[in-house]
Design a protein around this ligand. Structure first.
Ligand SMILES: Cc1cc2nc3c(=O)[nH]c(=O)nc-3n(C[C@H](O)[C@H](O)[C@H](O)COP(=O)(O)OP(=O)(O)OC[C@H]3O[C@@H](n4cnc5c(N)ncnc54)[C@H](O)[C@@H]3O)c2cc1C
Length: 414
């Protein structure tokens, strides 16, 4: 009889897939449960960056002065569906509290503690999955279109530097030597040479899920509705296909984790910060690495199928229909940054980043049920942090000390 402890991981996005693989590394018997296929939600449409240069959290000093104006400005990257405002208000109040400089410094340091271990955790999984061809190590550039925006960002870049990010400062012409198709409006740039992206984020998660199955893991296509709870913890998942008995459970369901955490008596302020992308297909624009436009708050990445432009933070229900005005905004800004993109065939997408107001994920054991683990809320960095999150969950599950201090990521910190 097989006596290995069993785990059910709920959610087969980047985070759940990596948790499942790391739990297998420990010798556990693992089932990955998703209502759809692997990597079809937020993990599908992201910008593919392994964002090791992104320690600054979303709540930064001075953000409070900017938020009201941004919400009223159709061109600003922050959007709030007014029907969602009452629900989102407590999130924004906590977000405001996190803009204090001491909290910003602490949140950035906590994010960096995960970012420092991104590649050592995820690269072996990608290699074993045979997915190295989906990776590109061609660097990243943060671009500025005025001296004023360059100066305004000085604190954020100082924060990066103090957290160990290596960057070279370029003028506009030097930036265009790296990226010839870039708009002449760019006057300065920081280049991060040691930076990778995937050319197919959804394909990467599918490759990881295939590896999980090849190693003997089970992928179950079911909708999880709740848990059967006993005195010792979770006994079974309640699913649309009936009850699924479990020894342990990992909640890794992206933005949908909030309801599951609440069922396990842990309240988390997790909101859908929806992002949009425009995928320019059949384009002649060739790029050398990714771009983050500091002025336009969007990223541009060369993908296998074309050039992907994405960004925006829209607070709305995860399943709300996309707003065509926001999709047009993303497309227009992409074309302004890379004029050669104009006129091509474009497909659009919207998806929910799972975001906490302190820009940190929840990684840890349920405070109430010892056989339940939480791994969610990775906002703009879930692709990046999936691997290290999986490794940390597996360390806890195996009863070893975690290799990163997990205090900043505690589920009960809110
Ligand atoms: C425009 C945009 C750009 C981004 N760019 C980057 C980037 O460059 N780098 C980066 O690191 N991150 C980026 N992100 C963020 C990243 O995409 C997310 O943080 C990450 O995908 C979250 O992964 P996840 O596995 O937690 O959630 P998801 O990928 O959303 O997966 C959650 C899974 O749970 C499943 N699920 C939910 N409810 C149930 C249920 N009841 N039963 C069964 N299954 C269920 C879903 O079907 C889904 O498969 C970006 C996001 C957006 C929107």
């Amino acid at each position: 009889m097989d006596s290995k402890p069993s785990f059910a991981v709920v959610g087969a996005g980047m985070v759940g897939a990596c948790c499942a693989l790391y739990l297998q590394n420990e010798g556990f018997d693992v089932t990955l449960v998703d209502r759809g296929g692997p990597g079809e939600e937020a993990s599908f449409g992201n910008l593919g960056g392994f964002g090791v240069a992104s320690c600054p959290p979303a709540a930064m000093p001075g953000v409070l002065r900017k938020v009201p104006g941004m919400l009223l400005d159709a061109e600003a990257p922050l959007k709030l569906r007014w029907g969602h405002a009452v629900r989102a208000l407590p999130w924004f109040l906590r977000f405001a509290a996190n803009a204090r400089r001491d909290r910003v410094e602490a949140n950035a340091a906590a994010r960096q503690s995960l970012l420092d271990k991104v590649h050592e955790a995820v690269d072996p999984l990608i290699a074993e999955a045979g997915a190295a061809h989906l990776m590109s190590r061609t660097g990243l550039m943060f671009t500025f279109e005025s001296e004023a925006s360059f100066r305004a960002a000085s604190y954020a870049f100082d924060l990066r530097r103090r957290n160990g990010v290596q960057m070279d400062l370029l003028d506009g012409d030097e930036a265009r030597q790296v990226q010839p198709a870039l708009s002449p409006r760019v006057v300065r740039a920081y280049r991060v040479a040691d930076f990778s992206h995937t050319v197919d984020p959804g394909g990467l998660v599918q490759a990881l899920a295939s590896l999980f199955e090849r190693r003997g893991g089970r992928l179950e296509r079911r909708t999880v509705r709740g848990f059967d709870l006993g005195p010792d913890g979770v006994r079974a998942l309640r699913t649309d296909g009936g009850d699924m008995p479990v020894g342990n459970v990992v909640v890794a369901a992206g933005v949908w984790s909030r309801q599951f955490a609440a069922m396990l008596s842990t309240r988390v302020p997790l909101e859908a910060e929806r992002g949009y992308h425009a995928m320019f297909r059949d384009t002649d624009v060739s790029m050398n690495g990714g771009i983050i436009s500091v002025d336009r708050h969007l990223a541009v990445t060369p993908m296998a199928e074309g050039v992907r432009v994405g960004g925006v933070a829209e607070f709305a229900a995860p399943e709300a229909p996309p707003d065509p005005r926001i999709a047009a905004h993303v497309r227009r800004h992409g074309e302004a940054l890379f004029p050669g993109l104009r006129g091509g065939r474009v497909t659009e997408w919207v998806g929910p980043r799972p975001s906490h107001p302190d820009s940190k994920p929840v990684i840890g054991r349920s405070p109430r049920f010892p056989n339940a683990y939480f791994a969610f809320g990775h906002d703009h960095l879930g692709l990046t942090m999936g691997g290290i999150t999986g490794r940390l969950i597996s360390e806890l599950a195996a009863g070893r000390p975690a290799s990163v201090d997990l205090a900043p990521f505690r589920p009960d910190r809110f």
